[in-house]
Design a protein around this ligand. Structure first.
Ligand code: FES
Length: 586
């Protein structure tokens, strides 16, 4: 047994605070664990590795995680560690109302306290569906023990009428086709079964795939973690190898803070531009960085990401799906292309396998130049996120140019205003709505406080009367988010939001709004005096006050959530609190 007389190296492990003493406390900690059939020699001071599992049948994207956990365990045991699997709140995107983002911070609190309060020396984060990746990384970052990410992997390509169809993206496309009268509801329903035909996460470059790529480019996972399909046997090999590796990371004291540096976040921002990643990454990376104490600003996305060519030709910006991405070489292929063209800002950033990011990818094979395109033939010349500012968004807003229509990137139009999402739903298809394709759709009160969780409704569907003309895109502005699988010339994350007194609350029907994405400008064409007068007349916080009065987690959320430019974390959760925990005495 590793008791007080064991080597100092073994006593330095966190888990020795629980299992390392021969006194009454050690007895009690070990004794209860032994009810699972653990023999005494397993308490010999070997690293205890937590497997933080977001498995849930209500999170279908993560429903195969028990099998992944079994392979992680094999790897941990093989490397001389002892695995302890534990469940945390699983916030699945498809079922959870009002939106999975509402519970991202809740899940992160669960993760943080579960890691800190339990006997583990390292942790494997099993993540997949959109918000599970940032939630687990946020919670782990606040603890800062050796940590490795294992993603569940994307679904196989969807199939409908002999064609590939992409998760989410096809829903937006076909629902607009139904609205425009171009396909039948029968055809629409037929696509349903073909879209999600295997275990795994959305197979487009939506938020789940984006965050998997972010985790890999941040250096928190082994190479290829982002793209191996969920049902590919190599996914299980990666899980096994990650189990091997986390044990060594504990011996090397390779904690998350050595990986999640400012340099790593700069690499991730550049990577997001190259993959045509989700706008949600802007919020999540800020939140993860905040937990690690790394300064990251909205303008970093302009400074580091803009101008980077989008190389990955995946839906919703392009044509292909995650299966093709993996077969083409996956994220290592993209990182190699970036590095060879001096576009990878920090090649020497450390990753969880102990090597630099560049060492991991410099010889990566690239099998398909159509999927991972070359620098001289990119999908979008000038990718990345446009960060917009102006009197309509003093603290910023974002637009994803690779998903936008080039002809709308500079546009001046008459505002058609919806006060909230219910108002939008009630009136958008009204034949009497005074709207045409030159107008700008403005949606208010869908920010973090206004729609408690900042719903993914920013890509609001176009009015039926516009769709019927064959129009596919209009400028849309809101304080909401947008699904990573969606597309369009959509201005999102306007900060401050309307429910926090932001100028969005002052926009009225008939106002003129000017978007110049190239210049980073978002302007409401009224005088400052008029803007102030309107804001003084309005009481934009009334709605959120009413919701807050209902109590519970919702009240905590509304009262303490930060704005989009700050990552939507709770103000009291920002920062790394470390893994120290007061010694418990039975
Ligand atoms: Fe879970 Fe898309 S809904 S990954």
């Amino acid at each position: 047994m590793a008791r007080d007389n064991e080597s100092s190296a073994k006593r330095q492990l966190r888990s020795a605070q629980w299992f390392g003493s021969a006194d009454k406390n050690g007895f009690m900690y070990r004794s209860w664990m032994k009810n699972q059939g653990i023999p005494d020699h397993e308490f010999d001071g070997r690293p205890i590795i937590g497997i933080c599992n977001t498995w849930s049948e209500l999170t279908p994207c993560n429903a195969h995680f028990r099998k992944i956990a079994e392979h992680v365990k094999k790897g941990i045991l093989e490397a001389g560690g002892y695995p302890v699997e534990f469940p945390v709140f699983s916030n699945g995107e498809s079922n959870l109302r009002p939106t999975a983002m509402f519970t991202r911070n809740l899940a992160s609190m669960d993760v943080e306290e579960a890691i800190r309060g339990n006997p583990m020396d390292g942790v494997v984060l099993l993540v997949g569906c959109d918000k599970t990746t940032p939630a687990l990384l946020m919670g782990a970052a606040s603890c800062d023990i050796p940590t490795i990410v294992v993603t569940g992997g994307p679904m196989l390509n969807g199939k409908h009428k002999g064609q590939d169809i992409g998760s989410g993206t096809v829903v937006w496309q076909l629902s607009e086709e139904v609205k425009a009268g171009r396909i039948s509801i029968h055809d629409f329903m037929a696509a349903e079964a073909g879209m999600s035909r295997s275990a795994g996460t959305c197979n487009t470059m939506g938020t789940a795939s984006t965050m998997a790529c972010m985790a890999e480019s941040l250096g928190t996972s082994l190479p290829h973690n982002a793209a191996i399909p969920a049902v590919d046997s190599r996914r299980y090999v990666l899980a096994h190898l990650s189990g091997n590796r986390i044990v060594d990371m504990v011996h090397e004291d390779l904690r998350l803070s050595k990986v999640l540096t400012r340099e790593a976040f700069e690499n991730a921002i550049r990577t997001n531009a190259a993959i045509g990643g989700s706008t949600n990454a802007v919020i999540h990376l800020k939140a993860i960085a905040g937990r690690m104490g790394v300064e990251l600003e909205l303008d970093d996305w302009n400074r580091i990401g803009r101008g980077t060519p989008t190389l990955v030709d995946l839906q919703p910006s392009g044509r292909f799906l995650m299966e093709e991405f993996y077969y083409a070489g996956g994220l290592p292929a993209v990182l190699r292309r970036l590095g060879e063209s001096d576009r990878l800002p920090h090649k020497d950033a450390l990753t969880v396998n102990g090597q630099s990011l560049w060492d991991n990818v410099k010889d990566a094979p690239i099998y398909n130049d159509e999927v991972v395109r070359t620098l001289d033939n990119p999908l979008v010349e000038d990718g990345g996120m446009c960060v917009l500012r102006g009197n309509l968004a003093p603290r910023g807003a974002v637009l994803k140019p690779s998903a936008a229509s080039p002809e709308l990137m500079q546009h001046r139009g008459r505002a058609v205003v919806f006060e909230n999402f219910d108002d939008y739903k009630a009136r958008i298809n009204d034949p009497d709505l005074d709207v045409d394709e030159s107008c700008v759709l403005v949606l208010k009160h869908c920010g973090p406080r206004g729609y408690h969780g900042m719903a993914e409704v920013g890509n609001m569907g176009l009015p039926a009367k516009v769709l019927e003309k064959g129009v596919k895109d209009m400028v849309r502005i809101s304080d909401a988010r947008m699904s990573g699988t969606a597309y369009g010339t959509v201005v999102l994350h306007v900060a401050p939001e309307a429910a926090a007194g932001g100028p969005l609350a002052a926009v009225r029907n008939g106002d003129w709004v000017e978007l110049d994405a190239y210049a980073g400008k978002l302007h409401l064409d009224i005088s400052d005096e008029e803007l102030q007068t309107r804001l003084a007349e309005a009481d934009p916080t009334a709605a959120s006050r009413e919701i807050a009065s209902t109590g519970g987690y919702r009240q905590l959320y509304i009262e303490r959530v930060l704005q989009a430019d700050e990552g939507c974390d709770f103000d009291f959760l920002v920062g790394c609190r470390g893994s120290e925990v007061p010694r418990h005495s039975h």
